[in-house]
Design a protein around this ligand. Sequence first.
Ligand code: RNT
Ligand code: ZN
Length: 413
Amino acid sequence: MSRYEEAKKRYEALGVDVEGALKKLAATTISIHCWQGDDVTGFENADGALTGGIQATGNYPGKARTPQELMADFDKVLSLTPGAKKINLHACYAIFDGNKVDRDAIEPKHFAPWVAYAKERGIGIDFNPTCFSHPMLKNGLSLSSPDEEVRAFWIRHCIACRRIAAYFAKELGQPVVNNVWIPDGYKDIPADRLGPRMRLKDSLDQIFAEKLDGVIDCVESKVFGIGVESYTVGSNEFYMGYAASHPGVYNLLDNGHYHPTEVVSDKIPSLLAFFDKIPLHVTRPVRWDSDHVVLFDDETREIAKEIVRNDALDKVLIGLDYFDASINRISAWVVGVRNMQKALLFALLQPNAKMKALQDAHNFSELMMLSEEMKSYPFGDIWEHYCETQGVPAGLEWFDEIKQYEETVLSKR
Ligand code: RNT
Ligand code: ZN
């Protein structure tokens, strides 16, 4: 009997449907952020420097500098990760071919090469307005700015982005998550906390006014950022309230955007009581919103468990959001994508019905015993089998491809 067959038997003895789990996993789409490939710089400026609102740290050689390089790198990621995937783009990844326009004038045609890329690979696209790293981000403010010229610019940008998202949806025949995140906030204690939020609310109302097919509108909150330590306009309460009162707008949860002891795994089953969709940015905050590579750690597994045991694989839209410039970027991408999928598989292989029954019977002794014993069940054998059936490297050998690509491609950049 193969290791897979043996492992399968052990899980089945606990009532786990292993083949059903693998089918569900293969059908679950992970939206992979394009910005791990170039430290969130995009293609607008030749120098590729971030100028405000967001930071990346590290200078590992070989970052993608052109659409062609980013697409080639992303192909490597696709070839080393199992399961269904989408590519998540930011507006700053527009491809201008010499006719650059400003962000408030971008059009679907500037993303036509991405549509061709996605079509050829049979994958979907998600999208994000880029409200950072731009001269119109004045005093660190965009959609909440008291300067009406600034605020109008970013409203036009976000409207343009929704139309581009609708174009992706139409071209690719699948819904597109369009996520608004803004860096707006204040370093020191503000005198007016409501005014900026009322301006943001008005901006969002204008942005979402047009009805567009196939666009899943999202807003992403944050607790604080470097330089905006005292006040964030788009707080959790603000966007939760906005989403709750605007059907069709969803509150995107980034697990780096809360106080360090708050967990997104517990927010998922709270939101499931009220929303038919919960978009996620899965990341790894190290002491703060540091955007480290997603690991197979406790919280990633807890997030996966809440998705799986609440039968919410079709309601929770899983996106990744991290950017580590200090290590091989393709390796960073692949580790995080594989870990998200591993966490989902781990969750699918738990005797979830049995565990729920133990909770309802208030048998917390057995529940603790069972969940701890499950940690050393032969999960790796099922994972390796899954990778083989998906036609991707199962174990350590995927890193050989990274090393080879670094030697032949990345080191030449
Ligand atoms: C920033 C937010 C946001 C960005 C991306 C690039 O704190 O998490 O989602 O990381 O849009
Ligand atoms: Zn995020």
